[in-house]
Design a protein around this ligand. Structure first.
Ligand SMILES: [Zn+2]
Length: 472
């Protein structure tokens, strides 16, 4: 059945205007006014914004970590995402050294298929750059549509890749049309500082932050950025948490290097003092990079405003406090790294960003959806409201006030990192390809509805944009 969403205020990355949307066969068939309503389901969005569905470029659903596994999988994770206004997630497919990449991708397809309520895609982790891996990459790109690779510069002896692997990945990505993503922290220095802390009997959660100072995030970000310039490649720095890393990205961009930066809601709204909460509660706030001193928040907001950072990912990686975070009692290195963030990503940016005058409404859409779709080869099918685009839409109430709490969230974990925080704004209804996933704040979606998205190559996305500008 056709749908008409009328009387809403349509907001894209560039425009804000009154208009009605006609939805047919899962896509936006027309944008206009006073459509014929015969045989249509009509949704009145008066007083609400209509945003393109959020795209979360950074999730870890159903992921093993340090002897345990993330609490949210593709079932609970994508439902919680939808409640928060996200209609597409790009999850990290982990690989094992010495094993074919296709095995890892198959495992991830099995995790997601028949569980996801919204659309999804994968990034691929690169742990080593051997000839076998290099041989397999064209297939990964052409057949699987996986056009972004993640390299870890941290987690020594576990996930960490050496500089040669990072550099070779950048070179390969340049040739193949892929975007390299990097976790930028200096794992060797962290390893030394961590050993030292434990030797001195410093085992509390706060030492997780103190052994990963912002200088080593800045250093790794600068190193990866300059490698990118040398390889004439392209880089996306995930979860930027501090001023030092922002400075390195800004410097590289000024040099004309293709570096992009993502930050996360936790770095914008929480700070290092949370790790000092009593009764081991600080463990709830342990992730990498760690929360920083509060002044770094200003640097991140400024960077979102002036364009030095371009996107917001959730880095969703949830573990229960009870039974999972508690594995690290008496030894902070055994606390599983990560937090539940998939649901509150848009709300935090809207409430703390738009409502407080730090970014504009159009920047909000760009940062949570449009820019991500463009960088990761999903645009213009995803990430905007235009004729022919998928009808991935949020009907958003900009004025409702509420308090974030574990009691009302939809993630599977036993705590919310933003517990008790008062926020303004909330998605009322969310559609993915024209079908309601959330309607009037109730889940009405279907597990297994979510489709796997093959993505375009990095370069072709930008080329398409350029060509469009020339021909129109
Ligand atoms: Zn992550």
């Amino acid at each position: 059945m056709k749908k008409i969403i009328k009387n809403g205020l349509i907001v894209t990355a560039s425009d804000t205007y009154r208009g009605d949307l006609l939805i047919e066969n899962g896509v936006i068939a027309s944008i206009g006014q006073q459509f014929d309503e015969t045989n249509c389901e009509v949704i009145d969005a008066k007083g609400h914004y209509i945003f393109p569905g959020g795209i979360d470029p950074h999730t870890h659903l159903d992921m093993p970590f340090g002897g345990t596994i993330t609490k949210d999988d593709f079932e609970t994770g994508t439902i919680a995402a939808a409640f928060g206004g996200t209609t597409t997630v790009i999850d990290f497919c982990l690989t094992n050294k010495g094993e074919p990449l296709k095995n890892a991708i198959k495992t991830w397809h099995e995790k997601a298929k028949s569980k996801a309520s919204i659309d999804y895609s994968f990034h691929l982790m690169i742990g080593e750059m051997t000839d076998a891996v290099l041989d397999e990459l064209p297939t990964v790109i052409d057949e699987e549509g996986i056009t972004s690779f993640k390299v870890f510069m941290a987690y020594k002896n576990v996930l960490q890749a050496d500089d040669e692997t990072l550099f070779r990945t950048l070179v390969a990505a340049k040739d193949l049309g892929a975007l390299v993503m990097v976790h930028a922290e200096n794992g060797d220095v962290i390893d030394y500082l961590t050993k030292q802390a434990l030797e001195q009997g410093n085992t509390d959660p706060i030492y997780h932050a103190l052994t990963r100072p912002p200088e080593i995030e800045g250093e790794a970000t600068g190193r990866a950025s300059q490698f990118t310039g040398l390889a004439n490649s392209q880089l996306y720095v995930v979860h930027v948490s501090c001023a030092q890393a922002v400075e390195e990205i800004a410097k590289a961009r000024k040099q004309g290097i293709n570096v992009w930066g993502e930050t996360c809601p936790q770095y914008l709204a929480l700070d290092q003092t949370y790790l000092e909460k009593p009764n081991f509660e600080g463990a709830k706030y342990v992730w990498s990079p760690p929360l920083r001193e509060k002044w770094h928040q200003d640097a991140l907001w400024n960077a979102l405003r002036n364009g030095d950072l371009q996107t917001l990912g959730s880095d969703q990686c949830s573990f229960d406090f009870e039974g999972q975070k508690e594995l690290g009692r008496g030894d902070f290195t055994k606390i599983p790294n990560g937090g539940p963030m998939i649901e509150d990503r848009l709300t935090i940016l809207f409430s703390e960003g738009v409502k407080k005058g730090r970014i504009t409404l159009n920047q909000f859409v760009d940062i949570t959806s449009t820019r991500i779709a463009k960088l990761f080869g999903l645009h213009p099918k995803k990430g905007t409201i235009s004729v022919g685009a998928d009808a991935d839409l949020i009907i958003f109430d900009p004025n409702v006030e509420r308090t974030i709490s574990v009691k009302t969230h939809h993630m599977a974990v036993d705590y919310n990192a933003f517990e008790g925080m008062n926020v303004t704004g909330e998605p009322i209804s969310v559609l993915c390809r024209g079908e309601f996933v959330v309607k009037d704040k109730k889940y009405v979606g279907k597990q297994g509805y979510g489709q796997y998205l093959k993505r375009a190559k990095y370069n072709s996305t930008l080329e398409n944009e350029r060509n469009k500008q020339v021909t129109i």
